[in-house]
Ligand binder design. Structure first.
Ligand SMILES: NC(=O)c1ccc[n+]([C@@H]2O[C@H](COP(=O)([O-])OP(=O)(O)OC[C@H]3O[C@@H](n4cnc5c(N)ncnc54)[C@H](O)[C@@H]3O)[C@@H](O)[C@H]2O)c1
Length: 253
């Protein structure tokens, strides 16, 4: 197998669905060795099956990003099986309580979205960085959102994603001279189960979501995967601490 990622080892969270699954498949197609992690074993297992069916190299490790022990074990397993960790894509996330105003936001929902979408990214970075320092370098991409850069209705989600952008910049500064580059990708609305759920419930939102993007449509998961792979690759060797919008022009307005 040939490709831009030949022999490179990547750990992906939220690899059992949507953006994480597609990115795992594209990494493998480019010759990478992929550690697919997710809290959902069925979804993660299906991603690995699909990679293996196409001749790629991957294994599944169940991981809840809010559990430090799970994260450490996943990094250790990566090193046991593939010998190193070149790249990490910290992507697992949830929407949390939708369409609830700040004054009514349930505390339980707040804790959950901050735990998974923000603390989870930090926990993953913590153990990934410890391994990357031992090897002398690596690259990390975190999934933020356009809502990591502007406000929106879902306050818990928006707060967590702004946190991811801040964490990405701080981490990048912490390790810029240690060979570890850390960036974030900020997708617009992407057609994954997360968004399809809204459209199923309220079909009129499809048009609404399309028109939010000057390009006139929502994005596809492989359009995010392409940015993640570029950010990991040596082609982005001078890029760190950035929050890159992949949003069909959403934030240019
Ligand atoms: N789809 C979009 O429009 C969009 C836009 C901007 C940002 N994002 C972000 O992209 C990322 C991926 O979203 P998606 O659209 O692919 O959604 P998705 O729901 O298809 O996939 C999310 C995955 O994360 C996993 N997950 C949830 N909680 C977890 C936990 N505690 N530990 C480990 N895994 C967990 C889920 O099981 C699922 O497989 C999320 O961080 C999301 O916020 C999505």
């Amino acid at each position: 197998m040939k490709g831009k990622m030949l022999g490179k080892v990547v750990l992906i969270t939220g690899g059992g669905s949507g953006i994480g699954r597609t990115t795992a498949i594209v990494f493998a197609r480019e010759g990478g060795k992929v550690v697919v992690t997710d809290i959902d074993s069925d979804g993660g297992g299906q991603t690995v099956q699909s990679i293996k069916k196409s001749g790629g190299d991957a294994f599944f490790q169940k991981l809840d990003v809010t559990n430090a022990q799970n994260v450490q074990t996943a990094v250790d397993k990566t090193v046991q099986i593939y010998g190193r960790l070149d790249y990490a894509f910290n992507n697992a996330g949830i929407i949390g309580a939708a369409d609830i105003l700040v004054g009514d936001y349930p505390e339980k929902s707040w804790d959950m979205v901050i735990d998974i979408n923000l603390k989870g990214v930090w926990l993953c970075m913590k153990y990934e960085i410890q391994q990357m320092l031992k090897q002398g370098g690596g690259a990390i991409v975190n999934t933020a959102s356009v809502y990591g850069l502007v406000g929106g209705i879902n306050a818990g989600y928006v707060a967590a994603k702004h946190g991811v952008v801040g964490l990405t910049k701080s981490g990048a500064l912490n390790y810029a001279d240690k060979g570890i580059r850390i960036n974030a990708v900020c997708p617009g609305f992407i057609r994954t189960p997360m968004v399809e759920k809204f459209i199923e419930e309220k079909p009129e939102t499809e048009k609404e979501f399309n028109t939010l993007h000057p390009i006139g449509r929502m994005g596809q998961p492989d359009e995010i995967a392409a940015a993640v792979i570029w950010l990991c690759s040596d082609s982005a060797s001078f890029v760190t601490g950035q929050a890159i919008n992949v949003d069909g022009g959403f934030l240019a307005q």
